[in-house]
Design a protein around this ligand. Structure first.
Ligand code: CAA
Length: 378
């Protein structure tokens, strides 16, 4: 059993209560309207939850990754859209935290930590999804600026975020070593938000294209050195895949909560369906899988901060296992509710739709298996 510290247990209780009282009542409406929930962003900001992701010297709360995962899990238990606000700000800022110099950190991190600004991560392109290195966005140095041309897609928080970690090729001939990372502000001339996607789930999170047309980025916004971008992207994903695992665990736990409550209330064949072994076995299997996923997620979050690259495979396992569990558990939870599970009046069909993305974003689960297999095979 992975033991949480007293501080982590306190945060878990605080976020659980906040989620139950303030987030859960909004969850269905956020999904139905498909609009970004600014009130939920403000709630996280006002309760210092956004600050968790950032070091104290830059106005953050200096929490470790496991603590961030616990907060994400509790929010996702009632509303995945709200948990994603925390998750995407962690993802978008991690390249800056990993590779930023003092000036970059001082300029860009405090407004994120204080919740005055938001961030996003721009890696994926129409022709470069799983094969991230196939990107064609180009950055050409011209004096004091890089001129960037290209297009990103499926960008979580696109148009909502003010600050973006963007990856582009600075040397076409150098393969993965020709990719560089930049901090881009949405006000830079040539930055444009393209199509807003309509999605199966996470409908309260804005997903967009980003289009760069002769976008001028000051040379001082290069993260690390030219050519280090791919490594920065991979190191980021190692550290954020556990957060997707946490989101999946929360989502699955939320689905199980509803299935258990329903099974105790629903009367068929003369009594609550919870007394039927067929239902009991389903609930027991869900609980077993969720607990195994939770332990792996907590372990991976703690490990990646001390072991770095060595933890890549465990991080991939946590994301992959937990999201597969979330998909299976939400499908089974709908089944426990039968016809009611299929109706929008109950939260389970939303949870089932929301679960699907956890198997896809931050690397499909097939890519997680590639990472794990490469670790095994050397
Ligand atoms: N840490 C540090 N360096 C790493 C690394 C890691 N975890 N993984 C790879 N590298 C380095 C390698 O060492 C290698 O450098 P050297 O040659 O110096 O050794 C270099 O990067 C290239 O590595 P690979 O040969 O393994 O690269 P590849 O092209 O075969 O790709 C991949 C590997 C794992 C498939 C990678 O492309 C990948 O992770 N793809 C999935 C992309 C992804 O997750 N996208 C999600 C987008 S973000 C999103 O979805 C978020 C959202 O909106 C919410």
């Amino acid at each position: 059993m992975y033991e949480l510290t007293e501080e982590q247990k306190m945060l878990q209780q605080t976020v659980r209560q906040l989620a139950k009282e303030k987030v859960e009542p909004r969850a269905a409406e956020i999904d139905a309207k498909g609009e970004y929930p600014w009130d939920m962003f403000e709630l996280l900001r006002d309760n210092d939850l956004l600050a968790l992701c950032f070091p104290e010297e830059y106005d953050g709360a200096g929490a470790d990754l496991l603590t961030v995962c616990i907060a994400i899990e509790e929010l996702a238990r009632v509303c995945v859209n709200t948990s994603l606000i925390l998750g995407v700000n962690k993802l978008g800022s991690t390249p800056i935290l990993l590779a930023g110099n003092e000036e970059q950190l001082k300029k860009y991190i405090p407004p994120l930590a204080r919740g005055e600004k938001q961030c996003a991560f721009g890696l994926t392109e129409p022709g470069a999804g799983s094969d991230a290195a196939a990107m064609t966005t180009r950055a050409v140095r011209k004096g004091d600026v890089y001129v960037i041309n290209g297009q990103k897609c499926f960008i979580t928080n696109g148009g909502i975020a003010d600050t973006y970690s963007i990856f582009a090729k600075t040397d076409e001939s150098a393969g993965v070593k020709g990719i560089s990372a930049f901090i881009v502000e949405k006000d830079f001339p040539g930055f444009e938000v393209g199509k807003i996607e309509h999605k199966m789930g996470i409908r309260g999170s804005q997903t967009t294209e980003l289009i760069f047309t002769d976008m001028e980025v000051p040379a001082e916004n290069l993260l690390g050195k030219e050519g280090e971008g791919f490594k920065i992207a991979m190191m980021t994903l190692d550290r954020t895949r556990p957060t997707i695992g946490a989101q999946a665990v929360g989502l699955a736990q939320g689905a199980l909560d509803h299935a258990v409550a329903y099974a105790k209330e629903r009367v068929q064949f003369g009594g609550p369906i919870a007394r039927l072994q067929g239902i009991q076995f389903m609930l027991a299997d869900m609980a077993m899988q969720i607990e195994a996923a939770r332990q792996l997620v907590y372990y991976s979050a703690a490990l990646v901060e001390r072991a770095g690259r060595e933890a890549s495979a465990v991080s991939a396992m946590a994301k992959c296992f937990a999201s597969d569990v979330a998909m299976k558990v939400t499908v089974d939870a709908v089944q426990v509710l039968g016809g009611y599970g299929y109706m929008v009046e109950y939260p389970l069909e939303r949870m089932m739709r929301d679960a699907k993305i956890t198997q896809i974003y931050e690397g499909t689960n097939q890519i997680q298996r590639v990472v794990i297999a490469r670790h095994l095979l050397g």
